[in-house]
Design a protein around this ligand. Sequence first.
Ligand SMILES: Cc1cc2nc3c(=O)[nH]c(=O)nc-3n(C[C@H](O)[C@H](O)[C@H](O)COP(=O)(O)OP(=O)(O)OC[C@H]3O[C@@H](n4cnc5c(N)ncnc54)[C@H](O)[C@@H]3O)c2cc1C
Length: 317
Amino acid sequence: MSEQVDAVVVGAGISGLASALALQARGRRVTIVSERPAVASTSYLAAAVWFPTRAGPREKVLAWGARTYTALAEQAAQGVPGIVMRESLMLFREPPGEQWWASAVGGVRAAAPAELPPGYRYGLRFVVPLAEMPSYLPWLVARFEAGGGRLEDRRVGSLAELDAPVVVNCSGLGARELVGDLSVVPVRGQIVRVRNPGLRMSVRDEHHPGGRAYVHPRGRDAILGGTLDEGSWDDRVDPATSRAILERCRDLVPALAGAEVLEHIVGLRPARPTVRLELDADTGGATRVIHNYGHGGSGITLSWGCAEEVAALATAS
Ligand SMILES: Cc1cc2nc3c(=O)[nH]c(=O)nc-3n(C[C@H](O)[C@H](O)[C@H](O)COP(=O)(O)OP(=O)(O)OC[C@H]3O[C@@H](n4cnc5c(N)ncnc54)[C@H](O)[C@@H]3O)c2cc1C
């Protein structure tokens, strides 16, 4: 690293970019070092809807998620590329009861019978941010560079090789090797991208008998999901899984019948029993090491809340 900076962030996914921008907002000079560019990260292919999935601990997820909801809602109001507020319908077969994440979202109401697809008796309506990552991630990169940030595409073998007062580890699944954290595991997700037949509402059924089902319309396409395969490193598309996803998503949104399939996608979520967001007590010396990884299925949902905590830890006296 030629030029002295205040902080080096490892990883150019949503966690790394949000952390780097939060540090820049506090006046820090930042370099991001990433094995792969942002467009090749897991973050790039996420459905990227605000919703807490496979991440803990719950009370922190709620706080980080609430903060991120507000940040993304502000970005949507400012017209940030890729960020929209999406009307959502969550379907249930039994009376849903209170949802633990509802306070972060604000208004959650019962769906009227006329709003439910055939076969469903209960539903909740609310609004959440959705990020079209193919637009949003490049915008974050551009904003980082416009703020004087530099990106280096290379693999980091050890955090000790990084020479800066602050090092932030946002390496996702890479933390297994980088810091030897074997509690980080892949949670494989397979999704299908179809041409959007004119849908404007996100619909999800977490308890569909065939497996989780969700339909997230974006501008021109819609993301249909999806699987949560614990511990699977298999990044190949399984055609039978794709067929099953399409079938159950049509139960939720009959208008999907005949929608043109554009792409089959598999990604490995960087999951951990709990998100690791902390100052590393084991690293002495002049460098302050902060970890921010293990967000599972909630990396976008928690991004800005976590990034602001990283910046607070980095700049605390
Ligand atoms: C199918 C699918 C759907 C999803 N839907 C949603 C959703 O709707 N909402 C939501 O909130 N989340 C969703 N997620 C989860 C979300 O994608 C992840 O939680 C998020 O991408 C994690 O971001 P990250 O920046 O921590 O990790 P990543 O995006 O994996 O980035 C890690 C970065 O670290 C770099 N790196 C790793 N090791 C090293 C090293 N040794 N040296 C240098 N660089 C290194 C990598 O190159 C990469 O740039 C979904 C995920 C999948 C797969």
